[in-house]
Design a protein around this ligand. Structure first.
Ligand SMILES: NC(=O)c1ccc[n+]([C@@H]2O[C@H](COP(=O)([O-])OP(=O)(O)OC[C@H]3O[C@@H](n4cnc5c(N)ncnc54)[C@H](O)[C@@H]3O)[C@@H](O)[C@H]2O)c1
Length: 359
């Protein structure tokens, strides 16, 4: 079992990563249960695909609520439905919420638990690669609004996170790669040894061997936790986690969130950010070549059917652009990222161009 401490004073908690931990979840959850009932929030896919774990949790006394699977459930309305269900079923301030699923269930569950009775504790059991290495770490919770993604939310740290890498076996390839973009990102911004491991063990990782995945997931949690510990509410350092995202979000915006998964957009975005970094004189050509080669190995998505001007202007609509100025993250060397405020627009445009299909 690998344990990662997230040290945030009174909001500190432990992330436990272990193959087979799914079987021990009832006992683990019991340690956090107080006098009130436990809500088990999941989605309809996870309830079906991981029915053994789901049923075990219900038999141990958790009260289930399964939302329809997918991003469309991450809304204020759905949060309201869950809250109403809790009210009707006499949940109280001593209740606990367990979010069993991907990032949608985790973000919604965290948000509901931040709101109910002004905040009840919650536990995350992330089941997608994205949620295991990214969304379950750091306490950002929330829902989407028709006018913006993740725009309504709260910082609310879980009391514990339990990760079983065996859950990853049932993900589609596309869902696996969706999370894998964040794994690659973590190596590039913070951990050269991790990136080297990804290069060397690529085929085994793609086979999702649980022991190797436990190691990779735990390392990723530690990287993200290390950043969050230094800057919980994203005043500065936490912004490095946006490597590839300013470019990637613009791709998602111009394509209406329909063509690319988030991870695919981030893959395109990371390559664009490397190109921008080279133009800015921050990223060395040999590092860039190594990164390009690995991106290719991961399977770069097709280029965006749009114009450079449209994608470039969409970057300024990102909620992280401040007063009309962009911040991008560049790679100084593999394993070290820097924040570039108001970068030269020629460099940014050079990056954007690499994402566009000119045909
Ligand atoms: N809070 C944060 O810091 C943070 C960070 C990154 C992303 N996010 C959010 O995370 C969300 C995306 O997360 P996601 O990619 O996990 O999406 P998701 O929760 O929608 O899961 C993707 C799909 O996989 C299914 N699924 C889940 N576990 C499975 C399993 N083990 N086997 C087979 N199928 C499984 C789900 O039912 C769903 O259909 C977005 O809403 C994004 O905004 C949050």
């Amino acid at each position: 079992m690998k344990k990662i401490s997230v040290n945030l004073g009174s909001r500190s908690y432990t992330i436990s990563v272990d193959e087979g931990i799914a079987e021990r979840l009832p006992g683990e959850i019991k340690k956090f249960k107080k006098a009130g009932p436990v809500l088990l929030l999941t989605d309809t896919n996870v309830a079906k695909i991981h029915s053994v774990t789901y049923k075990k949790l219900i038999s141990s006394g958790c009260i289930p609520f399964a939302i329809p699977a997918g991003e469309k459930s991450k809304t204020f309305e759905m949060a309201g439905k869950v809250l109403s269900y809790m009210m009707k079923n006499k949940f109280d301030r001593h209740s606990l919420l367990v979010a069993f699923g991907g990032g949608v269930v985790g973000d919604l569950g965290g948000f509901v638990s931040a709101l109910f009775m002004r905040g009840i504790p919650f536990i995350q059991i992330p089941t997608t690669l994205l949620s295991q290495v990214d969304s379950s770490v750091g306490g950002k919770t929330g829902v989407n609004h028709p006018l913006g993604k993740n725009i309504i939310g709260a910082f609310h740290q879980p009391k514990a996170v339990f990760i079983d890498p065996a859950f990853l076996k049932t993900l589609t390839n596309r869902e696996f790669l969706n999370g894998y973009a964040e794994v690659v990102k973590h190596g590039l911004i913070r951990d050269a040894a991790l990136f080297r491991k990804l290069e060397n063990r690529h085929d085994d990782i793609m086979k999702r061997k649980p022991a190797l995945m436990a190691e990779i997931v735990a390392r990723n949690c530690a990287i993200k936790a290390g950043v969050v510990e230094k800057d919980e509410t994203e005043k500065s350092l936490r912004a490095i986690l946006n490597f590839g995202h300013t470019f990637g979000h613009a791709v998602e915006t111009v394509t209406g969130y329909k063509t690319y998964s988030h991870g695919e957009a981030v893959m395109l975005g990371m390559r664009a950010a490397v190109v921008a970094g080279v133009h800015l004189g921050i990223t060395a050509a040999d590092d860039a070549a190594r990164m390009f080669e690995y991106f290719k190995k991961c399977g770069m998505p097709s280029l965006v059917k749009s114009t450079t001007a449209k994608v470039h202007s969409a970057m300024f609509a990102d909620k992280k652009a401040e007063a009309g100025k962009l911040n991008i993250i560049a790679i100084e060397k593999i394993g070290k990222a820097v924040i570039v405020n108001d970068p030269d627009s020629d460099a940014v445009i050079a990056g954007v161009r690499t994402m566009i299909n000119k045909g």
